[in-house]
Design a protein around this ligand. Structure first.
Ligand code: FAD
Length: 286
């Protein structure tokens, strides 16, 4: 099923994200985790793609398994900055062959050694290529607090509008911990003429180590209220996990109360976290 149709037909959607293993040795545990998350019946699941190519071959295998064995609509990611046009064409043909209908079209992070293939500079170019190569439903990334490389939030928004106009069906946000950042972004995005659905991306922080990495990658602001939670519970793994799930659930409830009805949870191969959130919302999302 195309995710654009899901977003149109369902009043509220809750989806989860998983990532592939780095080596074949990790495949068994990742498959088990993704299958447990699938058994929670999310509206769809996304499977990330390793920008450097390391884990990309597994993205398709996991997506296919979720789709065929669990009948979960799947969003398979694809990045371009480290790829040649030829490689992208091969991946698109593979997605077609495996009957994958939804692609998250991304630039990917610039590798630390700066090694890019030079065929692609921005996600917009990838979106135009995929549009020519097949009939896919396409998602793109957006950044309520601005992409870390953008000179200004205004520039980022102008490029986002160009990206949406290149042929996106929906956007999913980078993680944010302060809903006001999202509401402000949503207002500005609509004001500049971005009309497609914008799915709110929520990252449950369940251990103190994860927070440092997440903040470094996303540049998301940590509200004082959340800092206090980390200070108080960060050294106790069980308490931090529970507090992180509750914080993410409260963010989702606030979003729903403000008519933001499409929520994507960065569940990070953690079935217990996905389950905790799903159960906490069992009478809210029916
Ligand atoms: P772009 O949309 O190309 O934007 C990148 C930067 O370029 C921005 O600063 C933008 O303002 C600027 N820009 C855009 N167009 C132009 C232009 N024409 N001229 C000048 N500047 C321009 N990474 C992975 O490796 N694998 C994944 O599976 C993955 N999944 C993700 C899912 C989501 C929902 C999100 C939010 C991010 C994900 N990422 C993933 C991370 C993503 O690859 C990085 O954030 C990357 O740095 C930017 O990708 P993008 O597609 O947003 O890039």
């Amino acid at each position: 099923m195309k995710i654009a149709d899901l977003l149109r037909e369902k009043n509220i959607t809750l989806s989860f994200e998983v990532f592939p293993p780095k080596t074949s040795a990790g495949m068994e545990s990742v498959s088990k985790a993704t299958e447990e998350i699938a058994s929670l019946h999310p509206d769809f699941m996304s499977v990330t793609y390793g920008a450097g190519g390391g884990t990309s071959e597994y993205t398709v295998d996991i997506a296919r398994n979720l789709q065929d064995s669990y009948s979960v609509p799947v969003l398979a990611h694809l990045t371009c900055v480290s790829s040649t046009r030829e490689h992208v064409r091969r991946m698109i043909n593979l997605y077609k062959e495996k009957n994958i209908k939804n692609i998250m079209a991304l630039r990917g992070d610039i590798p630390q050694d700066g090694a890019v293939a030079d065929d692609y500079h921005h996600a917009t170019e990838l979106i135009s290529d995929i549009r020519e190569l097949g009939d896919f439903c396409l998602g793109g990334a957006c950044y309520p607090e601005g992409h870390p490389e953008a000179a200004t939030r205004r520039d980022d928004l102008i490029f986002l509008k160009q990206k949406a106009d290149a042929g996106l069906d929906f956007l999913t946000t980078q993680m944010f911990f302060n809903n006001d950042m999202f509401y402000n972004f949503l207002y500005r995005a609509r004001d500049i003429g971005i009309k497609i659905p914008i799915i709110a991306g929520i990252m449950p922080i369940t251990n103190a180590r994860q927070i440092r990495r997440s903040i470094a990658l996303s540049g998301a602001e940590l509200p004082e209220r959340f800092r206090a939670i980390i200070d108080r519970f960060g050294s106790n793994d069980a308490a931090m996990k529970q507090a992180g799930i509750i914080y993410a659930t409260e963010q989702i409830i606030d979003l729903l109360a403000h008519d933001v009805n499409h929520i994507h949870v960065y569940s990070m191969n953690k079935p217990d976290v996905a389950k905790g959130i799903k159960e906490a919302l069992s009478d809210v999302i029916v």
